[in-house]
Design a protein around this ligand. Structure first.
Ligand code: AMP
Length: 221
């Protein structure tokens, strides 16, 4: 079973993808995180990828293909949950092709909708611990003492969560990802979810969609 969780930055797609990965034993493919890790290596691509990410632009489809092919060859339990990709129609076609070569397909594309002001509010208050990587939101999910991570680490703001980058990332999201949404709609696999609700409520709705899918895909049906 292969699920895509789509949505603008700050929609909570990472949280939902993580929960889906645990509940349904799916490999969580988070391209933003894979690329961030790449920037910390000695790879010849590290500097180029870091600059592109800091500007809030998308890395090239060639770099993404390289990274994705490596990841999609890993053992994946019962399937994949994609988070942060496909971001454009080229990536949609690429992943479809890789899945097809394994005898698989996209089963559902779950689009989590939140408004633009909500995106900006959520992203500008996001902080990450320098030590353990835990992500907080200073408004909705602050650390216990309000300043440092619960582990004692310093909290930093992602370079691309600063206002200029946020605007650029949102613009890119609307320009490119809207075409992915159109393709998913055409393929009859799109479901839209209201993302301005509590995490567990959203997860409950997505879980019921996935449970239905599992039932329909089970051999006796
Ligand atoms: P995210 O954490 O998903 O917001 O991604 C952070 C940044 O990583 C994006 O602004 C892009 O620069 C890059 N990135 C992540 N996923 C992709 C992708 N599928 N295609 C191209 N660039 C990506």
């Amino acid at each position: 079973m292969n699920i895509v969780v789509l949505g603008p930055q700050g929609s909570g797609k990472g949280t939902q993808a993580e929960l889906l990965s645990e509940k349904y034993n799916l490999l969580h493919v988070e391209t933003g995180e894979i690329l961030r890790k790449l920037t910390e290596t000695t790879s010849p691509l590290a500097g180029e990828v870091r600059d592109i990410m800091n500007e809030g632009k998308l890395v090239s489809d060639e770099i993404l293909e390289k990274v994705l092919r490596e990841t999609l060859n890993k053992p994946n339990g019962s399937g994949f949950v994609f988070d942060g990709t496909p971001r454009n129609v080229v990536q949609y076609g690429l992943i479809e092709k890789i899945l097809k070569s394994k005898g698989e397909k996209f089963d559902k594309i779950v689009l989590i909708n939140i408004s633009e002001p909500e995106t900006i509010k959520r992203l500008s208050s996001r902080r990450t611990c320098e030590e353990c990587g835990k992500v907080y939101n200073l408004v909705t999910n602050p650390p216990k003492n309000g300043k440092t991570c619960d582990c004692g680490g310093r909290l930093i703001q992602r370079e691309d969560d600063k206002p200029e980058s946020i605007k650029k990332r949102l613009q890119t999201y609307h320009e490119q990802t809207s075409k992915v949404i159109d393709s998913a709609k055409k393929d009859g696999i799109l479901v839209e979810i209201d993302g301005e609700r509590p995490i567990d409520e959203i997860f409950c709705e997505i879980s019921s969609i996935v449970d239905k899918l599992k039932y329909e895909n089970s051999p006796k049906n």
